[in-house]
Ligand binder design. Structure first.
Ligand SMILES: CCCCCCCC/C=C\CCCCCCCC(=O)OC[C@H](COP(=O)(O)O[C@@H]1[C@H](O)[C@H](OP(=O)(O)O)[C@@H](O)[C@H](O)[C@H]1O)OC(=O)CCCCCCC/C=C\CCCCCCCC
Ligand SMILES: Nc1ccn([C@@H]2O[C@H](COP(=O)(O)O)[C@@H](O)[C@H]2O)c(=O)n1
Ligand SMILES: [Mg+2]
Ligand SMILES: [Mg+2]
Length: 221
């Protein structure tokens, strides 16, 4: 949903910055790599120590590079298969660091095995949700479904909750601490629903494609 409705807005906002980087000779690949490195560092330095505010601020600063790199490539007319591969592959790395960082917190000083397991579920299910689309498309299916919780939703829900929860460090009320657990459960449940939506779609599309191929073979024989 965010991908559908918010992307156009962020494209307008980020286009001048993307143009500025191109003028300075920065490549889209460099933005992809530096953005991912920033997200990974923010997630793995701050989250395992429970420093959710600074972790979220750092990640947020760098995660928008994922919208800037493609914008730069399109403006410069240099969108490439390699760029698409690099972008998607490093998205998986960034997501693993974010939910991995949260899992490390709950496994350590956060001391909550159940939430550690939920964070690991968010990490794994997010990767599988993305894989369903990549694999479906690689076998020639349209995978004409995005589902309830795409990557943008996973990130916004988790990061808004982590950022607000981190405000407790500055004296904000302690009830804010409940937001992160609620967000993780919501992302876990939403990812499961999304996974089912995508698997059902791929199963239907695969059956239709196989039936069409069999009919074409029968006609030719
Ligand atoms: C007082 C302060 C308190 C704390 C402050 C913290 C505030 C910050 C909180 C949140 C900010 C979150 C920002 C998250 C931005 C996410 C941007 C992003 O990277 O989106 C990526 C997404 C997908 O891009 P791709 O096409 O490159 O990726 C594809 C995708 O990954 C597919 O995965 P799948 O969906 O299938 O699982 C893969 O299949 C595919 O391979 C891959 O290529 O881009 C978009 O979706 C575009 C839309 C982005 C919309 C961002 C909306 C941000 C909205 C609000 C943020 C501000 C909220 C402020 C809250 C303040 C709270 C006090
Ligand atoms: N280094 C890169 C990164 C991206 N691309 C192209 O942009 C598409 C992704 O667009 P986003 O707005 O989601 O970043 C991707 O599929 C590539 O076509 C690129 O060429 N090089
Ligand atoms: Mg990108
Ligand atoms: Mg991306």
């Amino acid at each position: 949903m965010l991908n559908k409705y918010a992307r156009a807005f962020f494209t307008r906002v980020l286009t001048p910055f993307a143009a500025f980087l191109l003028r300075r000779g920065v490549s889209p690949d460099a933005v992809t790599l530096i953005g991912t490195a920033g997200v990974v560092a923010g997630a793995l330095v701050f989250f395992p120590r429970g420093e959710f505010f600074w972790g979220t601020i750092t990640i947020t600063l760098f995660v928008f590079s994922d919208l800037v790199d493609g914008n730069m490539a399109r403006q410069a007319g240099i969108s490439s298969r390699w760029g698409a591969f690099l972008d998607s592959t490093l998205d998986r790395v960034a997501d693993a660091a974010i939910f991995g960082g949260l899992a490390l917190w709950y496994a350590g000083s956060g001391d909550d095995n159940a939430l550690c397991a939920v964070a690991i579920f968010c990490l794994a299910s997010g990767q599988v949700v993305s894989y369903t689309k990549a694999r479906g498309e690689s076998i020639g299916l349209p995978v004409a479904v995005n589902g309830l919780v795409e990557r943008a939703e996973r990130l916004v829900i988790s990061l808004v909750a982590a950022g607000l929860s981190g405000l407790q460090t500055f004296g904000a009320p302690s009830w804010l601490g409940v937001l992160l657990p609620v967000a993780l459960w919501a992302v876990a449940a939403g990812s499961l629903v999304t996974l089912i939506q995508r698997v059902v779609t791929v199963r239907r599309e695969a059956a239709e494609a196989d039936a069409a191929a069999a009919a074409a073979e029968g006609g030719a024989a």
